[in-house]
Design a protein around this ligand. Sequence first.
Ligand code: NIG
Ligand code: FE
Length: 413
Amino acid sequence: MKTLFINIKGLLLHPNEETKSPLRGKELGKSNILENAFLYIEQDKIVSFGQMADTPPECNDTIDCTGKFIIPSFCDSHTHIIFAATRESEFVDRINGLSYEQISANGGGILNSAKKLALASEESLLEEGQKRLDLMKFLGTGAVEIKSGYALTLEGELKMLRVIKKLKINNPDIEIKSTFLGAHAIPLEFKSQREKYISLINEVMIPAVAQEKLADYCDVFCETGFFTPEETLSILTTGIKNGLKPKVHANELGFSGGVQVGVKLGALSVDHLECLGDAEFEALKNSNTIATLLPGTAFFLGIHYAPARRIINENIALALASDYNPGTTPSGNMALVIALACIGMKMMPIEAINAATFNGSFAMEVQDKLGSITLGKKASFIITKPLSNLNIIPYEYGHDFIGSVYLSGNKIR
Ligand code: NIG
Ligand code: FE
């Protein structure tokens, strides 16, 4: 099956074909738009593109894209989309003045989700997870990382990871990576003996996850009231020994030390980073660890945004992701994430688009298949509605800029 897209107003290409690593500094702001272009796909792959003057002969399936742009599908490298129930009552509590930390300390938050998940069957989690995934595809996401962490028991965490594995099998058009996040919160029954929960994670959960090959990564919520840097180090080290690369939830609510631990262990990414100081910048500057920012969380919780401009100026690799979860950001809309990155963190529109596509692909290690319009990569992209230019995407925040979505060569919208 071949499809030819013609008269594309602007085809957003890879900013630098030579780059085999995430974009940093000024490179993140480069845009390489081929005007008046064609794009040719065969099965699930991009086979050629170029100027309209060089268009191959029309095939049966030729699609006119007059006035429209084509951009790569989004790579959303941080989500928690397997959960049993929404938490809008906590949303209302926060409107009434309670903080996320207060709600968590009262047994809400992650522990609230864990209570609900314990009662949910694998089938219902799969069904709900599929609905969320379908919505994300509809919104232009072509790769997604999904975390466990709403069970906090061996059986429950395995249940979540098995659901993610089934989603992978049932959705070959989207790339899915899976992360073990047993260290998301200390369960109530371990409150006064937290070291026992750490041992359970290290000695039982991680080996079981690794044995069933259920995860690519291991993550820890390193934050006051959740896991300390020492506990984070111990859990991520066990993960590494079991073949799970580290990622860290770090510095969301305070200066947790999570960034330094992540960098020390060569984490693929440290995520959140709303609270960053000189020590964190020093650690990140000379590392390959990607700073993954989740502006939807800062927006939804009303906390301050991560310092994206300084991260870019210090030449640190920056990716954007949604953090889609029922507590701190119940949205998987990457176009909105891009808008919030521009509005809240002063990123330029093209920087935000590159961070949500190309750099996101590195933060979940799918850069060989996705993240840019490149020959041989998957035919996963968004065709916009007619637009005057790409800045309109974040400018008209909350509007729907998407005309259609192709994932692995299939038109899904
Ligand atoms: O990434 N920070 C930790 N985990 C999620 C929130 C989890 C929840 O409240 O359900 C996050 O923000
Ligand atoms: Fe998260």
